[in-house]
Each structure stands twice: as C-alpha cells, then as structure tokens.
Design a binder for this molecule. Structure first.
Ligand SMILES: Nc1ncnc2c1ncn2[C@@H]1O[C@H](COP(=O)(O)OP(=O)(O)OP(=O)(O)O)[C@@H](O)[C@H]1O
Length: 316
C-alpha cells in the first residue's frame, strides 16, 4: 500500500514581480520521510519552505498536508498546528532564559499544565540543554542557540518539520549533535523537510533527496534509488605476495567491469556492479581459491560526487 503523503504540492508557483522563484512545482513527501532539499543559492528552497509554512502566499498552485488543503488564511488552524518551521535566521530573545523561552512558545501553542512543564522537560532533554535551563540565551554558543531553536520548533509535537539550512555556521561537533537530534525525531515518526548545502549531513540522515534549480524541482528520489542509479561502487582488495594470482582470479569473476593494480602496492581496485550478496560471494570465492587476502574494502560514490556527476554544483 502506498504510504500517506505528508506533503503534496500541485503546480506550486511563486512569482516576485517578474521573477519566478518557484516554478510549477509538484513535490511529494511520504509520511515519516526525512527529505533533503538541495540546490544552488537562489534556487527557490527558502521560498518553497516559506510557502509550506504559510509564511508566503503562493502565486498559484496548491499545497496539501496529510491530504488536507493548506490555506494561508485562518481556515485550518489545526492543520497549522501540525507544522513546525525553523527559518534560516532563527531569531531568539537574548534576554530570556532557555526555560522561559520554551515556556513562552509552549504558551503560544496553548499547552497547559501539567503537560506544559512535562513537554518543556522532554524538549530540553532532546536538545541536550537541561543543564542550561536557567541560562540567558545571550550566553549560549551558536550550536546551543541552534538546538534551542529546534527545540522551540518541536515544542507542540508537530507532525511535519520544515528546517531551512539549520546547520549553517555550525562546527563539526555541533553538526553531529544536530544530526543525532534529527535521527531521534525521525525514529519518533516525524516527517522532516530540510534544506542544506552540507551534503555529507544529508547523506547521514535523509531518506530522500530533491534538487532544485532555478525554481524547478529537477530531481526527487529516495537516497537508495539515487545510489543505485548513479553511484559507482569500487572494491579495494589487497593480498600478500604477488598480485598476479589475484588478478587472474578476478578476470573470471562476475560483476567486475574493470580492475587496476595500484602502482607500488599489492592492491587491486575493482569496479564492481553487484549488490551486497554478490559482494559476499566474491569475497568467499577469493578465500576458497586460497588467495592470501589481507584487505577487502568496498566504497561507493558519496552524495557530493553523485551531484557533481549530475552537473549540479553544490557548495559543501
Ligand atoms: N521577497 C522577495 N522578493 C523578491 N525576490 C525574492 C524574494 N524572496 C526571494 N526572492 C528571489 O527568489 C529567488 C529564490 O530565492 P530563495 O531564497 O528561495 O533561494 P534559496 O534556494 O533558498 O537560496 P539560498 O540557498 O541562498 O538560501 C532568488 O532569486 C531570490 O532573489
């Protein structure tokens, strides 16, 4: 059975004066997906997210959230409760404490006691800021502020999270913490649409990827499908002694397109087209042939290489 769509847009278009920022966009994101939106600066990602968050009125087209038409006026307040939106500039109130800030937003979403305190406690735990609950926001690091903003965005337990470049400007440790939170939210079943230029992060937690260019959605597929369609798989195999017996054996193996002996080493780089099971069979055949294998190391193209191959220039 097809999965329920958390987001569906039909012919979604946004025009600013004579410039079309988002062009006739049909997007489908299934419930429970983490969908990474990438594309060069000015491709229309922020405009799309803003329309999904009802911060921007579409020029034409329709948006459906869990099958229900999303309108910018006051007609569907319950539907808007389903959505959590973290804009790229994530404004914070520096003179509030972390606890008071979350409490303020809990109030805006009509959370009442005792649920309100319970939810603030859960969110502080989730974003690892329990120890900072009484600190002024002004005293937090950028990574902490970013996690607090994410906490504020999920305070009302939305079904759909819209994140606009949430890791920009964060150091590797702060990004790792952020990735861990996203994975926790994914495991809890939240649907997440996230725009980012950091492809290695998206690769880590996304289930699907969409590429925007000049307002168009030019690619939309599951990460697994993208890898299958576009990723080269290589295996580095090392042996003791001469590589010649290894090369002779490889010539008779299936799913091997090319091989190359790495100069000055006892290692062969193999271009491999099989799946994981055939990879295991290859390793078994090397061992059964009595070859003294010391290393069997499969690698595949990462998201960055795939997109460069597609001709999409991503800044990482
Ligand atoms: N309020 C506005 N008025 C006029 N033009 C706008 C407005 N907002 C966005 N644009 C234009 O729409 C296009 C898409 O911008 P948008 O911010 O959506 O791109 P983006 O993909 O999010 O870029 P980035 O990766 O730099 O954040 C750009 O050409 C931008 O200048």
């Amino acid at each position: 059975m097809a999965k329920e769509l958390a987001i569906e847009t039909r012919g979604l278009t946004k025009q600013f004066d004579r410039h079309i920022a988002v062009h006739d966009l049909d997007l489908q994101v299934a419930a429970g997906e983490v969908y990474g939106l990438i594309g060069p600066n000015g491709a229309g990602k922020t405009t799309l997210l803003r329309m999904l968050a009802t911060a921007e009125e579409p020029s034409t087209g329709e948006i459906y959230i869990h099958g229900e038409r999303l309108l910018r006026d006051r007609t569907n307040p319950t539907l808007k409760q389903y959505i959590g939106y973290l804009p790229d500039d994530f404004p914070l109130y520096d003179d509030l404490t972390v606890q008071d800030y979350l409490d303020y937003f809990a109030g805006l979403y009509y959370l009442r006691e005792p649920k309100r305190s319970q939810r603030i406690y859960e969110v502080l735990e989730l974003v690892d800021l329990s120890h900072k609950r009484h600190s002024l926001i002004a005293t937090l690091s950028r990574g902490m502020k970013q996690r607090l903003s994410l906490g504020r965005t999920v305070i009302h337990q939305p079904l759909l999270l819209l994140l606009d470049e949430p890791v920009s400007g964060l150091d590797p440790i702060a990004r790792q913490q952020f990735r861990d939170i996203i994975k926790t939210l994914r495991e809890a079943g939240m649907t997440i649409l996230i725009s980012s230029h950091v492809l290695s992060d998206l690769e880590d937690f996304c289930t699907s990827i969409g590429i925007m260019e000049l307002g168009y959605l030019v690619e939309s597929a599951s990460l697994a499908e993208l890898y299958q369609r576009l990723s080269n798989q290589q295996i580095f195999i090392s042996t003791l002694g001469s590589v010649n017996p290894l090369v002779t054996h490889l010539k008779n193996c299936a799913n091997i397109e090319e091989w190359e002996v790495i100069p000055g080493s006892q290692q062969v780089r193999v271009q491999f087209t099989g799946d994981l099971e055939t990879q295991a069979l290859l390793l078994r055949s090397l061992i059964d042939a009595g070859l003294p294998i010391t290393q069997f190391y499969p690698t595949q193209d990462n998201l960055e290489s795939i997109f460069l191959k597609l001709g999409h220039k991503q800044a990482s």
